[in-house]
Write a protein that binds this ligand. Structure first.
Ligand SMILES: [Mg+2]
Length: 350
């Protein structure tokens, strides 16, 4: 499978998981079961008045991608660039789409923020909103101790750039001050990058990623949760709604990552894995998105059910972002670049 299919699979797969989970994000499992039957929700149902609606998770993922693309353009023209600060500017653009005014001057240029359908509130996380509102400049770190899953859920595009771990962890730290909150994000991007670059399966990428990053200070909670999931996988212990609830439901970073990985590791198909990731009492759209990113990168866009892709909100926007990422050189890591990717006008590097 070529790199473009994996990038598209990753971005669209995450968005599809987000959209499947959106109508049940705030429902307990017994309520989901009584509304949708014993298998739970298995198809898009309206959320926010739209069938196939994405949520804040995918919105912020797209603005993170925009930041990475702009950082490439800026680095190409100026020779140097602090990537997390450029991502921060993009996240502040997202904040404006949520009817909040940042404390810093934000330029509303570039094509992404002009997409009117992005100007819609989809239960945005309080931590992200308050940290972005309080920021006093690009690159300003969050002054909180949050370890919600709001950093993990948006960093997948970092996987397609050099320094994936650092970009994800450092941009996660813009909103989440607890090490688990931003290091789990770094680990997620690193796992995705290994799957994309080496074309290895999730189990292998996860093991490698833990070996490289698992002993870093602040990584303890993520490592313990992921080792538990690997043990479950080897023992043939499959995720069920009740077992996912015992795991904590995924509202916080290491749980969301662990549940998303557990559902992807044990998946028999893209469809089955994502369905298992959204049917529980916890943060269904975020765990659905994490599983969708992982299975999308592993199996490519062709594995995503057509009935979901066909109804996915902002599908063309997500596909365009995937294509634009594909145009950049893989080895780009914030310095230099030949500047002829053809994306300069759409991603102003100022
Ligand atoms: Mg959400």
């Amino acid at each position: 499978m070529n790199r473009l299919e994996r990038i598209k699979g990753c971005l669209l797969g995450g968005a599809v998981g987000d959209a499947l989970g959106a109508p049940v994000e705030f429902l307990e499992w017994p309520a989901i079961r009584s509304k949708f039957g014993p298998d739970g929700i298995v198809d898009f149902t309206p959320a926010y008045g739209i069938t196939g609606a994405i949520t804040d998770d995918t919105q912020m993922m797209l603005f993170t991608a925009e930041g990475l693309l702009r950082a490439y353009v800026r680095g190409s023209s100026r020779g140097i660039c602090h990537v997390p600060s450029v991502i921060h500017h993009s996240l502040l653009r997202w904040l404006m789409t949520q009817d909040h005014q940042p404390g810093t001057n934000v330029s509303l240029d570039g094509w992404l923020v002009q997409e009117r359908d992005l100007w819609s509130r989809r239960a945005p996380g309080n931590t992200c909103i308050s940290a972005l509102k309080a920021s006093q400049g690009f690159g300003f770190l969050a002054q909180n101790t949050s370890k919600g899953c709001g950093a993990v859920m948006r960093v997948a595009p970092c996987a397609f750039f050099g320094n994936a771990f650092e970009y994800a962890a450092e941009s996660g730290r813009l909103t989440h001050g607890h090490p688990t909150g931003y290091l789990a994000a770094g680990l997620f991007a690193d796992i995705l990058q290994r799957m994309a670059d080496q074309q290895v399966r999730l189990e292998h990428a996860l093991t490698e990623s833990l070996a490289v990053h698992g002993d870093k200070p602040g990584m303890e909670e993520s490592r313990v949760a992921l080792e538990r999931v690997l043990f479950f996988f080897y023992e043939g212990y499959f995720p069920t709604p009740e077992r996912i609830d015992e795991f904590g439901g995924g509202w916080i970073a290491e749980q969301a990552l662990a549940i998303g990985i557990w559902c992807a590791l044990t998946a028999t198909s893209f469809e089955q894995g994502v369905i298992s990731a959204v049917n529980h009492s916890g943060d269904s759209d975020s765990t659905g998105l994490i599983t969708g990113h992982l299975l999308g990168i592993q199996y490519g866009v062709a594995a995503i059910p057509v009935r979901w892709l066909g109804q996915l909100e902002l599908r063309s926007v997500i596909e365009k972002v995937a294509h634009d990422i594909y145009r950049l050189p893989r080895e780009y890591s914030g310095y230099g670049g030949d500047g002829d990717a053809g994306i300069e006008a759409e991603y102003p590097g100022a």
